[in-house]
Design a protein around this ligand. Structure first.
Ligand SMILES: CC(C)(COP(=O)(O)OP(=O)(O)OC[C@H]1O[C@@H](n2cnc3c(N)ncnc32)[C@H](O)[C@@H]1OP(=O)(O)O)[C@@H](O)C(=O)NCCC(=O)NCCS
Length: 219
């Protein structure tokens, strides 16, 4: 790269970084207004994380030290995908402290609970609902019956879980503490604590670490 090309590269980087910082300030203001006291301290969201609330009853609560990168190559793995959090009329999403996620698509009809120190990889989907009725006559109505008869079930992601990129978490699933989910998994059943699980459907492939290694790391 010649000197001029390098200058252009650096200039481009600086502009990108300025955009990053501006989006963090903008999102901090936006989320503080929308969520009030339910928006934790050290909130850091870059890019576009869209919000949808079905009604004033919809609950979204985000703990301290939340970190989320959404589009604009802020997390290179998600390139330019924006994030979206949808909380339907009776839906509830509770996010603990020190949680990170990039370009998430999360939709709650019932309840999604995320613990503390959870890392959710690029481009994941978390859906506690089928979104449509399983009865074709209900779906034909494209309205009330379709949404009234939709099946939904709570999702719980316990503390210290690490979810690989492009994972899809389906309704009714509980992921036990410290478990790791392989990239591109589709989780349809509970995953016990301290497991490494992967695939479609997601199955446990081994345990996280043996006790000795864990103790060494702690020291
Ligand atoms: C799940 C993961 C942690 C396992 O890593 P590992 O402990 O080194 O495991 P290995 O590579 O030894 O694989 C063990 C087995 O699981 C399988 N496996 C690993 N990852 C898998 C995946 N994502 N989907 C399906 N199977 C997978 C391997 O094929 C192997 O199968 P085998 O025993 O039949 O040969 C890793 O593969 C992974 O997916 N990491 C997530 C990366 C990521 O998305 N980061 C987030 C970026 S934002």
């Amino acid at each position: 790269m010649n000197k001029f090309a390098y200058f252009v590269y650096i200039l481009n980087f600086i502009l990108w970084k300025i955009g990053y910082k501006i989006s963090i300030i903008y999102n901090k203001i936006k989320f503080s207004i929308l969520l009030g006291e339910k928006c934790g301290k050290n909130f850091e969201v870059a890019g576009t994380l869209n919000l949808y609330f079905g009604s004033r009853k919809s609950v979204l609560s985000i703990g301290d030290d939340f970190h989320s990168l959404n589009g604009n190559f802020y997390n290179p793995l998600t390139r330019n995908s924006q994030g979206a959090i949808m909380v339907e009329e009776n839906g509830k999403i509770i996010i603990g402290n020190c949680v990170g996620m990039s370009s998430i698509m999360m939709r709650s009809h019932k309840s999604i609970i995320i613990g503390n120190y959870v890392n959710i990889g690029a481009d994941c989907m978390i859906l506690d609902t089928d979104c449509h009725s399983l009865n074709y006559l209900d779906r034909r109505t494209r309205g009330e019956l379709d949404s009234a008869n939709v099946i939904s079930s709570e999702i719980i992601i316990e503390d210290d879980v690490f979810i690989g990129a492009r994972t899809i978490i389906m309704k009714g699933v509980r992921i036990g503490a410290r478990s790791i989910i392989g990239a591109g998994s589709v989780i349809t059943k509970d995953i016990p604590s301290d497991s490494i699980a992967a695939g479609n459907p997601c199955r446990v492939i081994k345990k996280v670490v043996d006790g000795e290694n864990y103790l060494e790391f702690q020291q």
